[in-house]
Design a protein around this ligand. Structure first.
Ligand code: MLT
Length: 407
């Protein structure tokens, strides 16, 4: 008889966005004529930048000829992409990161989920509440979260509430923690930390021998000056942080799949016998064993986002979605809702009217307005009473949805 990993029984039976997709599909079946506007999952709607598509075509043609054909690539990514990342995402900001500290992957979702493989089960893990559900679910699957409780919290996780009272800036934990997930610009609230606020966390991690897992998937959407694009802009972060980046939201790669993780060689954690071990080495070992690299064609597409025309096209995508964000913010405010985010992020976090529950408001918007949002409670107990709107839609649909809401 084979046995399952019982942790899978403890987590919710369906992933948040699968549950939403199920409810939307059911509504569509019951109302085939419904003109549904999707502002739920943060999936992009504009096509890939031309520079990336052209690079994919060239790369695909190389795969046609034996002289240029490529089989297995390096698991951690081709040098051409790793070097472009170093130059454009880090050196250009005065950050000293080396190519062998970059691990190219199929996206930040996989990496933020898989990173738990290299950490012991005894670690005390802190997460902001609300947060991207992958952090909690994968810690639960791995056996590091303890048991789910009636409050919606897991017994072994330390929750860092982000709410209106603290302006969505988490306070340092009262008890000692070993691993801290931070996502800024934040999914789902769309809020940010300033350099000074992030410095507090870096200093905490340094003083407490903790590791920060910093998800920067939305950094391209930052518009304000004092908001860091990378945790490595903060002094001392290279000793305590791992950073996750994604081409999904930046360049429209949600279906194409490419991201990368930065594991500086100076980040270490302890083995059971007290020895300091390099996390770069462990992640390399993990990736070379369990991952065979992102496809060559896709890595060429990602590289092309750093070409002069690629940069312009990516900027145009980001600007388009941020104009949507502005429209959504403005309309929701006009409709009398209290809103956050949408200034440095493509998400708008709105307080539900009259204290209605998140799922209740989600159902109301779906059934009465044919608008799909994401219920805040799906991101954690502190998300109750909020819903999230994604700015990744087509402009026309965004405007139509807001008109429906204003009514
Ligand atoms: C979201 O809507 O939160 C994101 O699209 C999820 C993801 O990036 O996996």
């Amino acid at each position: 008889m084979a046995y399952i990993n019982d942790n899978f029984i403890k987590i919710p039976a369906t992933y948040l966005f699968s549950e939403i997709a199920k409810r939307v599909a059911q509504h569509k079946t019951e109302n085939p004529e419904a003109d549904i506007i999707r502002m739920g999952i943060g999936d992009v709607t504009l096509p890939l930048p031309d520079a990336s598509v052209d690079a994919m075509i060239t790369a695909a043609n190389e795969q046609r000829k034996s002289e240029t054909f490529r089989g297995y690539g390096p698991e951690q990514g081709y040098d051409f992409l790793r070097n472009s990342i170093v130059e454009n995402d880090f050196k250009s900001r005065g950050i000293d990161i080396e190519a062998d500290e970059i691990f190219v992957s199929d996206g930040a979702k996989s990496d933020t989920g898989n990173i738990g493989d290299i950490f012991g089960l005894q670690n005390r893990v802190a997460i902001t509440d609300p947060s991207y559900p992958v952090y909690v679910d994968t810690n639960a699957m791995g056996g590091r979260a303890g048991e789910p409780s009636a409050s919606g919290q897991w017994t072994n996780l330390i929750y860092l509430p982000c709410n209106m009272a603290n302006n969505f800036v988490p306070e340092l934990p009262k008890e000692k923690v070993d691993i801290i997930y931070l996502c800024y610009p934040n999914n789902p609230t769309g809020t940010t930390l300033t350099k000074e606020q992030l410095t507090v966390w870096v200093n905490y991690a340094r003083e407490n021998n903790a590791i920060i897992l910093f998800d920067a998937a939305y950094e391209a959407y930052i518009t304000e000056e004092n908001v860091p694009h990378s945790i490595f802009e903060i002094e001392g972060a290279k000793d305590i942080a791992i950073e996750f980046r994604s081409f999904s939201k930046t360049a429209g790669f949600t279906g194409t799949r490419c991201g990368y993780t930065v594991v500086p060689k100076s980040v270490t954690a302890l083995s059971e016998n007290g020895e300091k071990v390099s996390l770069n080495k462990l992640w390399l070992r993990r990736q070379t064993t369990k991952f065979n690299g992102t496809s060559y064609v896709v890595q060429r597409a990602a590289e092309a986002t750093y070409s002069p025309e690629g940069k312009k096209q990516v900027r145009a995508l980001v600007d388009y979605y941020m104009e949507n964000a502005r429209i959504i913010r403005h309309s929701l405010e006009a409709a009398g809702l209290t809103v956050y985010g949408g200034v440095n992020a493509p998400y708008i976090w709105a307080k539900t009217p009259d204290g209605i529950g998140s799922w209740e408001y989600f159902d109301y918007l779906l059934k009465e307005k044919n608008i799909v949002c994401t219920p805040g409670a799906g991101f954690g107990p502190a998300g109750e009473g909020f819903v999230r709107f994604s700015a990744f839609g087509i402009r026309e649909n965004t405007i139509r949805a807001m008109k429906r809401l204003e009514k």
